[in-house]
Structure formats: C-alpha cells, structure tokens
Ligand binder design. Structure first.
Ligand code: NDP
Ligand code: MG
Ligand code: MG
Length: 340
C-alpha cells in the first residue's frame, strides 16, 4: 500500500532556520517562493539579469538576487526555471552548492536523463506539486493544500527525506497529502501521462470528434459544445467520484452508448501506440528528441504549435467562450458583456 504523508509527518525544524533560493518566478516559482515565505522560511528568488519577473517578486515583498548569488547564500536551491533551460542555469549556480546543501526540483527530467550532474556531496530531492503553480498558491492562501510527490535521488546528509517533507509542508502539500516516489517513476509517468492522456491524448480526441461532426455537415458551434465544452462537466464528475460518479450522472442512454462504443475507438491499435510512446519515454528517445529540438531552435515545436493555434476549433471557440459562461465565470461574463 502507498503511504500518504500529512502535516503531522513533517518536522518543520528541518527547514525553519534555512534559506531557500527559488530559481525562477514563473508558474511553480512564484507559488513555492510565496508559500515558503508565508510559512516563515527565509526565501531569496534567483533571477537572471533583466528578468521580466523582477517587478513581480518585488511587489510580492520578496528578496531578489542573481541565480548564482541566491544559490551561494542558500542551503536549499529549488530549481524552478523551465526544464529546457535548467542545465544552463545549473552551470551558473554549481559553485554556490556547498557540501550538505540541497538541490531541489519539481520534476525529474534533467536529473533522470543526466542533463544535470549534481556534485556528489549535496542532497538531491524533489517536491513536486501535482498541479499548476497558480493553484499551489491559491490553495495555500485558502488554507488548503495541493497533493504532491516527494522523491530522493541523492541523500548525502541522511536527512534528505525529512528536509523534503518539511519543504512539502511549508508549500502546503502535506495539508492535502504527499506520496513518495522516485525520480525515474515521477519523470516517466509524468511524461507519459501528459503525452498519452492529459495533453496530447485529450486534445487529439476532442479535435477528431469535432472534425468528424463538422465534416458530416453539423455546425462547428454545436460540435464545439459537444466535444470540447462539455468535457469539463464530465471531467469534474470523474474528479469527484471516479468513472462511477460520471456514469451515474449521465443518462442511461449516454451510459450504454459510451460503454458500448468507447473501447471501439480507443482500441488495440491505440494501446500499441501508447506502449510505443511509453517505450520512447523509458529508453530516452523522447528526451533526446526534445533536447535536440531545443538546441535547433524548436523548428518542429513551432510548426506544431502554429497548426494547433490555427485549428478551426480554436477559431470557433474564442467568440463562443465570450458569449456563454457557466458557474464561477457567470459574473465575469455578464460584466464583460456590459462593457462591450
Ligand atoms: P516557468 O516557465 O513558469 O518559469 C518561468 C520562470 O523561469 C520565469 O521567472 C523566468 O524568468 C525564468 N527563466 C526562464 N528562462 C530562464 C533562463 N534562461 N535563466 C533564468 N531564468 C529563466 O516554469 P514552470 O513553473 O512551468 O516549471 C518549473 C519547474 O516546475 C519545471 O521543472 C517543471 O517541470 C516543474 N513543474 C511545473 C508545473 C506547472 O504547472 N507549470 C507542474 C509541476 C512541475 P524571466 O522573467 O527572466 O523570463
Ligand atoms: Mg549554498
Ligand atoms: Mg506534467
């Protein structure tokens, strides 16, 4: 059975008298830095010269230094710049890592695929909230937590796990629950999940459903509502109560149709492709491709991104989203309509 760790399992004395350098002030960086600081931990944010994030850090009342200076001062260096630039940034902070310091990550890519080779006399840890950064911050401010993962790659001090747990506590993760994993497992499942299901799989499924309806002569607006907009309502039910709650909430016609057709679409061919996608993650093929793609100035990425942005579903969706809104967005939509 998986052990889930909560607030009581963390010993905050492991971090309360330490200084944490948070490198980067983006999605994860701003959340970790502010949550740590609000928890009473000394934080210094490491930003490159001329960084566009500087004014935000200042406005939030936190200290700023260069990544090198921040790392030199800190006991724990939390690497929260984009994965693709971490190896370059790491070279500038390497000298600031003293024996017994901690190099801390929110994703295992660069350690697992050997793009960063840390010195042997530091701890290497991961505290990875399973959520976008703005929710990590929002939940913390609301007195709630964000579930997370903790992993230890290198334990030089013998206290790496306890310190990582105290970090997880200070950013609010142990309020919700934290499970222990490895850098390998986190990296491979994270990449597979975002490629096959969460980001790649879902958008491809939605686009193909949309195209099928539009090609058959149905209105793009109807296709948009059916294939994209309603997805949120379905996913919310799955999130709350698994597939069972979703099946229970839809009509029995929808239930029978879905149960009898779903496996016809996501068939053995899709399973075999998923297995191949997973193998490319496991054997490093994907990592090499992505690293090379970055070195070459992202030609394929740019092309794919352009195709996605100009797809008909995006053209149809933008004005529709302004016209209709549900739930929390209702007031905003009414205000926006009044402004027009
Ligand atoms: P972001 O893309 O949001 O990071 C942007 C920040 O990095 C900015 O402050 C930017 O500063 C700085 N930055 C960008 N390039 C450089 C550079 N070359 N040198 C110095 N600073 C730079 O990162 P994320 O928060 O998305 O990701 C951080 C880590 O967290 C990654 O390992 C990611 O995998 C992981 N993670 C992310 C999640 C997410 O929801 N986004 C979820 C879980 C984990 P500037 O203003 O100077 O450009
Ligand atoms: Mg140091
Ligand atoms: Mg991910």
């Amino acid at each position: 059975d998986t052990t889930v760790y909560y607030d009581d399992d963390a010993d905050r004395s492991q971090i309360d008298d330490k200084t944490v350098a948070v490198l980067g002030y983006g999605s994860q960086g701003h959340a970790h830095a502010q949550n740590l600081s609000d928890s009473g931990v000394d934080v210094v944010v490491g930003l490159r010269k001329g960084s566009s994030s500087r004014s935000a850090v200042k406005a939030d009342g936190l200290r700023v230094a260069t990544p090198a200076a921040a790392a030199a001062e800190a006991d724990i260096v939390s690497v929260l710049v984009p994965d693709s630039v971490q190896p370059t940034v790491f070279e500038t902070i390497r000298d600031g890592l003293e024996p017994g310091d901690t190099l801390q990550f929110a994703h295992g890519f660069n350690i697992h695929y050997n793009q960063i080779r840390p010195p042997e006399d530091v701890d290497v840890t991961m505290v990875a909230p399973k959520s976008p950064g703005h929710l990590v911050r929002r939940n913390y401010e609301a007195g709630q937590g964000t579930p997370g993962l903790v992993a230890i790659y290198q334990d030089e001090t013998g206290e790496a796990f306890d310190e990582a747990m105290s970090y997880a506590h200070a950013i609010g993760c142990t309020r919700a629950g934290v499970i222990e994993t490895t850098f390998r497992e986190e990296t491979e499942t994270d990449l597979f999940g975002e490629q096959a299901v969460l980001c790649g799989g879902v958008t491809a499924l939605v686009k193909t459903g949309f195209e099928t309806l539009v090609d058959a002569g149905y209105s793009p607006e109807m296709a948009y509502f059916e294939c994209l907009n309603e997805l949120k309502l379905i996913v919310d039910l799955m999130y709350e109560g698994g597939h069972a709650e979703m099946w229970q909430s839809v009509s029995d016609t929808a239930e029978y149709g879905g149960l009898s057709r779903g496996d016809r679409l996501i068939d053995e061919h899709v399973r075999e492709e998923m297995e191949e996608v997973l193998e490319e993650v496991q054997d490093g093929t994907f990592a090499r491709e992505w690293i090379t793609e970055n070195q070459a100035g992202r030609p394929s990425y740019t092309q794919l991104k352009h195709a996605e942005e100009t797809h008909q579903i995006e053209q149809v969706g933008e004005p529709l989203r302004d016209l209709f809104a549900w739930g929390d967005d209702k007031e905003e939509a009414a205000e926006a309509a009044a402004d027009d």
